[in-house]
Design a protein around this ligand. Sequence first.
Ligand code: NAD
Length: 247
Amino acid sequence: MPENILIKEAAVLIKKSDYNIAFTGAGISVESGIPPFRGEHGLWNKYDPHVLDLDYFFSDPVGCWISIREIFYDFFSESKPNKAHLALAEMERRGMLKSIVTQNIDNLHFEAGNKTVYEFHGNSKKLKCPICGKIIPVQEVDLKELPPRCPDDNNVLKPDFIFFGEGIPPDAYEMSFIAAKKCKVCIIIGSTGEVVPASYVPNTAKEFGATIIEVNPEESLFTKRITDIHLKGKAGKVMSELLRYLD
Ligand code: NAD
């Protein structure tokens, strides 16, 4: 846990600023039971990242969907927002957080109650027909039968998150960088900073003069380069403490 003095310092900066954003990565959802991709218990120790290649999806949709179902639907589906997600929702309610830019695809920020969330990599709770563009909530689709198909044109449905080889959803991209350029404080929570172009969001915030507060039990690529205050600890504990000081 970081020293209270650092958390207090972070809280003062957040209270003083009129434009705060959060940038979140897989680490914020670890305490909700969703493993990150990288690191000791990361998903890439168990699965080949190749399962998220766009070419693989189109060449072997059944094989690809078997892995996708196991990783993202068997694993993720029971997860609930944790204290860190709830703290961000409370900050937005109190007018202390304008928006969240998230790399996560687990929908937990919306489930926690945040309204302005830019999903840089899409959302696993929706499936999309790559041909006609129809979007279908995953709970309306029977994933026992693979691959799932579009009810309109029978094409194979794809999760509405981005695979390797796909572009960032244009609206999320644009809104994220507008927020990065405007914010005075950017709180990075649980991200290695290894994924581009997502990591350009906090880098842009710093370039445009924002103070960077980082919450992570480890150092990331951001820590030495752009972080002003590193709150070294798990997101749930640190964000609950921070919220206390924001009272
Ligand atoms: P990452 O997997 O590269 O790194 C996770 C980071 O979280 C690490 O820096 C780690 O030290 C930190 N961390 C671990 N436990 C933590 C905790 N309890 N509190 C705070 N931080 C903690 O994550 P990334 O940089 O976000 O990039 C991975 C990519 O994988 C993203 O693009 C994302 O789309 C995707 N992903 C998403 C989910 C999800 O939706 N929950 C899960 C896995 C991967």
